[in-house]
Design a protein around this ligand. Structure first.
Ligand SMILES: *Cc1c(COP(=O)(O)O)cnc(C)c1O
Length: 384
């Protein structure tokens, strides 16, 4: 039976400390969660502003369901495009200061659709080696030639651009790297795009709502804007709901509506989700105090982690990875925290390069200073 082969492969993974398993939440997402019946202090969600269970979003979702029902019933291009989706697209475009925006079901699908619609055979996609898996999959699916550059290495990228003589050029990058927390050199990337007449696709899954005044995202934070930039952000992280969008020039959005297969060939998300995201945009816009609190927690954590045997990676964002290296060592550390009622995800290859397994600590504005102190005490105890 072929099942034996599947089982052998899983056993092999387990032996290397690489088997992945799920835990089940019994509570809403929050710093204080219940997992498999036990209470935990959590540092592993991407709910950076604590909006995933906000009463105003819950009410907006209920109100949206009362108004629009539950299912969209069809793809956007058939009969699934609701006025709620439409209003949200206009609000998102205005929020990130772009002429137009398009909703996708998920960030994964937005990246697949955008890259595949903008680059194909004969074109070249340039990608940072630490980009998110969805961007990597997107460029493979696009059938464009792929050139990967070392993490944030602008000199190597310039060389690769220089060597590319024909076809359209598309640079794709995480804005905030999801497993490292550092920022891409966005102004330098844009300058290279201008020099070599390339597009820049910025995946701001971890910057939207978190960085910049009013949570406008990484572009606002860096103070850059250009029609060359195609901006993608997810709505299931800081926005606390679900979905994603691409914002760009109108002609780019029209191209995606016509050619992005992950947009055309899928059912629209429930319109009530759009109602909830509209409410979320209000809270994000008014959330400068939340973002200030988050910055204070980041500083507290970084100060408290200094002197531990694990390397604190350079990051100013809510993603604060602690580099452990060995797969089994990171699992043991994560397990030690779990025994102390603290949940931090152990991230291992292939999500990160071999030998760089890490604890990925994520902070939320919903954490208190006391929560961070609890985590620090548990880590110092485990270090002894
Ligand atoms: C989470 C994430 C995505 C995928 O977004 P989903 O809406 O969860 O599918 C894409 N890119 C990056 C960098 C991410 O962290």
């Amino acid at each position: 039976m072929p099942f034996t082969e599947l089982q052998n492969e899983l056993n092999e993974r387990a032996a290397q400390g690489l088997l992945r398993q799920r835990r089940t939440l019994d509570s809403p997402q929050s710093p204080h969660i219940v997992v498999d019946g036990e209470p935990y202090l959590s540092f592993c969600s991407n709910d950076y502003l604590g909006l995933a269970n906000h009463p105003r979003l819950v009410a907006a979702l209920q109100q949206g369901a009362a108004q629009y029902g539950v299912g969209a019933g069809a793809a956007h291009l058939v009969s699934g495009h609701s006025v709620a989706h439409h209003q949200l697209e206009q609000a998102l475009a205005a929020f990130v200061d772009k002429p137009a925006a398009l909703l996708f079901s998920t960030g994964y699908m937005a990246n697949l659709g955008a890259v595949q619609a903008l680059a194909g055979k004969g074109d070249t996609v340039f990608a940072d080696k630490l980009n998110h898996a969805s961007l990597n999959d997107a460029m493979l699916l696009s059938r464009a030639e792929v050139k990967r550059y070392r993490h944030s290495d602008m000199a190597q990228l310039a060389q690769l651009l220089e060597q590319t003589r024909s076809g359209c050029k598309l640079i794709v990058t995480d804005a905030v790297f999801s497993m490292d927390g550092d920022l891409a050199p966005l102004p330098e990337l844009l300058a290279l795009c201008e020099q070599y007449d390339a597009w820049l696709l910025v995946d701001d899954a971890h910057g939207f709502g978190v960085l910049g005044g009013q949570g406008g995202g990484s572009l606002a934070y860096c103070g850059i804007a250009s029609p060359r930039i195609i901006y993608m952000a997810t709505l299931g992280k800081a926005a606390g709901v679900f979905g994603a969008f691409v914002a760009a020039e109108q002609v780019v959005i029209d191209t995606l509506v016509n050619h992005a297969r992950s947009y055309v060939y899928t059912t629209a998300t429930p319109p009530a989700l759009a109602s909830a995201v509209l409410e979320s945009l209000e809270l994000i816009g008014q959330g400068d105090a939340l973002r200030e609190h988050l910055r204070e927690l980041i500083a507290q954590l970084r100060n408290g982690l200094a002197g531990l045997p694990w390397k604190l990676m350079p990051s100013d964002t809510a993603i604060q990875p602690l580099l452990v290296g060995d797969n089994r060592a990171v699992l043991a550390l994560s397990e030690g925290l779990r025994e102390r009622g603290v949940w931090v995800a152990a991230i291992r290859p292939p999500t990160v390069p071999q030998g760089t397994a890490r604890l990925r600590i994520t902070l939320s504005a919903a954490h208190s200073a006391k929560d961070v102190t609890c985590l620090l005490e548990a880590l110092h105890e485990l270090a002894r």
